[in-house]
Design a protein around this ligand. Sequence first.
Ligand code: AMP
Ligand code: MG
Length: 461
Amino acid sequence: MTRGYRASLSGATPAEFPVSLSYHFSMPDAPASILSFEDARHVVEEQAALVATTGTDSVDLLAASGRVLAEAVLADRDLPPFPRSTRDGYAVRSADLAHLPATLDVIGEIKAGEKLDRIPAHIASGQTVSIMTGAPVPAGADAVVMVEYSSQRGKQVEITRNVAPGENIVGCGAEARQGSLLLDRGLRLTEAGVALAASVGKSRLQVYKRPRVAVLTTGDEIVDVATTPGPTQIRNSNSYSLAAQILRAGGQPVLLPVAPDESQALRQLIELGLKSDLLLLTGGVSMGRYDLVEQVLAEMHADFFFTGAKIQPGRPVVFGKCDLSKYGAGAAFDNLRAGFARERASAPGGTYFFGLPGNPVSTMVTFELFARPMLEALAGQTPRKLTFLHARLKSEVRVKTGLTRFLPALVSGEFENSQVELVAWHGSGDIAATARANCYVVIPPNRESVAAGDWVAIMMR
Ligand code: AMP
Ligand code: MG
């Protein structure tokens, strides 16, 4: 793996997008590649395609929602297992309804779950059975007329509307044949997947273990939520937003102690974090004198895939991989580290890490754009492309060109009339504004403005 990977794709020179060069002369192989949003995303997707998961759990179906399937689920019988009526009405031979109204002899009634020996073996021409939704349609009948178009008197029924062959019947095995694949490995289970598993009798499922994701917040000003901050201190919110995002994406967050802006302590905590399946750092990746994350990782011989993306918020985001065995980590934190001794999900040759910018909105956005696909891959999920929804913009948005923007916004409206509006915010540190938002408006880098009423892409939260 080479440093400055795919840097040429970005078309950006260091002069256009300067990164901290202060240590480039003292450190070997110093990284410097700022990619477009799309290229950065593709780099993550390429790396995510290389990772493997470890280990599976067996879970009760009730606990399976949101988990990633580690086994293929097959149809244990034809679905439906019999030709199923989808209406309450009369099972008929459609040809008998050529002339309307038609009068037919009612030779029985079939309710859902009817015993086989109570179902007429065959319907002859001129005959019908009264049938309920979910009941098996008897042989000879090829359609069901809805009860609304009938009037029964004694053993006869008058039908006032015709039906096409097959109407209101789902054929035996039409949804799935016995033995066919219903749910594949790598699928994240939704309620529909859970329902399908239930329908074929899977009361327990094999799922992949949740990857452990270490969260390392950096910054001398950061204190824990339980601490009363001093006048210039800030409570740690990023570890908590990340933990929420990690859980939602199928991972298991492991919160490390907050790292000070000091190389030695930072390095020790990074070493510890690299024992997890994935390491997320926040803060310390900008150009400030005390932004040490890249420098320390470079000293640890990390490989950097990119050191920035042309996005806002989140431009200084860093993505790389670090192999502790190559680096020869020290013995610090051995007692804490023992807790990490388990099978790991990462690909051989190191642990992937993301250095997410510390501004809280940047942290949230860059997790969603870049860390999430890697985490999903480590969780065993089949990769999927990032897709955006669309809504009409309520009021004009003006921005400078050059960066793909992800601006906190509120989508509202009803039914087909979805409208979206930016929330008023004070930049990427404004958690209060972002908490009022329910999506991000995505503005491509070549657009200076988007007019009111235009369709814009939105990324939902
Ligand atoms: P940095 O990326 O370290 O330059 O930090 C950028 C801004 O985000 C600064 O205002 C930090 O105080 C703030 N920040 C960094 N980490 C956190 C955190 N864990 N929780 C809340 N704010 C943070
Ligand atoms: Mg900082």
